[in-house]
Design a binder for this molecule. Structure first.
Ligand SMILES: Nc1ncnc2c1ncn2[C@@H]1O[C@H](COP(=O)(O)OP(=O)(O)OP(=O)(O)O)[C@@H](O)[C@H]1O
Ligand SMILES: [Mg+2]
Length: 270
């Protein structure tokens, strides 16, 4: 079944000014339900813009977005948010730092479930506790702790629960481990892998780490200047090394890839 279909997405920022920028250049992508796609690309390639287009953060010049059979192209961002979970590099984006972990989970949960925030009962609380204990971070005993007091890794783990608790049709992860130390980033990636698999989520994950891009998920796309330069899945992907990926990108785009960060694209380096 088709999870997400993007057809000819085009977005120009600051049209008609000297800063005019074509950020999405007639981009098309068909995502199967349950696909977990990792997204690579240089700074300014259009990765976050692609996510913002899906989230309805701006009006497209043209294009069509269909999520599990529903045309959402003209829906408002808050209408789409019911079905799309997202997580960013900054863990405080999308959570309320002055509310407790439990309150944050409850908010995320009731947003989708046809339930009032004030009607939450002990059984819901037990459910939140169970989800938190699955993180293996001891957060189940800190449900009354304010979100803002958690470490970066704890917050990203808890935020991941919030983004997925309402079983979204799509999960968008925009460099969600980029601000964490390597060991904590690995933990949050493990958790990501587990949650996406257990909940059978359709997921797009932006990363600058080519190794994790190839290890996570079932398909990798590389963006370049608002388009998809490479799209690799199946057997070809299973065999692919980071070195191969760098060579393939160089061959299609004419530019080099760095080992961990793709080198700045010329237009962004200006
Ligand atoms: N709201 C905006 N207004 C004007 N220009 C924008 C806006 N958002 C993005 N852009 C421009 O669109 C291009 C793509 O930006 P985008 O943030 O999508 O890149 P990215 O691939 O996410 O890069 P990074 O790896 O640095 O996060 C860039 O040239 C950027 O400056
Ligand atoms: Mg970005």
């Amino acid at each position: 079944m088709t999870g997400l279909t993007l057809t000819n997405l085009k977005k120009t920022f600051e049209k008609g000014t000297p800063n005019q920028k074509l950020a999405l250049d007639r981009l098309s992508l068909a995502v199967e339900k349950g696909d977990f796609i990792t997204v690579l690309g240089s700074n300014g390639a259009g990765k976050s813009t692609l996510f913002n287009a899906i989230l309805g953060k701006f009006r497209l010049d043209q294009g069509k977005i269909v999520l599990e059979g529903e045309d959402i192209t003209h829906l408002k961002d808050y209408q789409r948010a019911l079905n799309i979970g997202c997580l960013y590099q900054d863990p405080m984006r999308g959570t309320a730092p002055n509310m407790t972990i439990e309150e944050n989970l409850a908010l995320a949960y009731t947003r989708k479930a046809s339930k009032s925030f004030f009607a939450l009962n002990r059984r819901d609380s037990a459910y939140f506790r169970e989800l938190l204990s699955g993180l293996n971070l001891g957060l189940e005993d800190r449900m009354k702790t304010k979100m803002g007091l958690l470490s970066g890794g704890q917050r990203q783990a808890a935020s991941l629960l919030m983004a997925t608790i309402a079983q979204p049709k799509l999960l968008l992860l925009d460099e969600h481990t980029a601000a964490l130390d390597p060991a904590t980033a690995a933990q949050v990636l493990d958790l990501t892998r587990r949650l996406v698999a257990e909940m059978h989520l359709t997921c797009l994950m932006i990363t600058h780490n080519m190794q994790s891009a190839l290890q996570m998920g079932n398909r990798t796309i590389v963006m370049d200047r608002g388009r998809i330069a490479l799209d690799i899945a199946g057997e070809a992907r299973a065999q692919l090394t980071v070195g191969d990926l760098m060579r393939q990108f160089q061959a299609t785009s004419g530019r080099a890839l760095d080992d961990d960060r793709i080198l700045l694209s010329p237009e962004k380096a200006d």
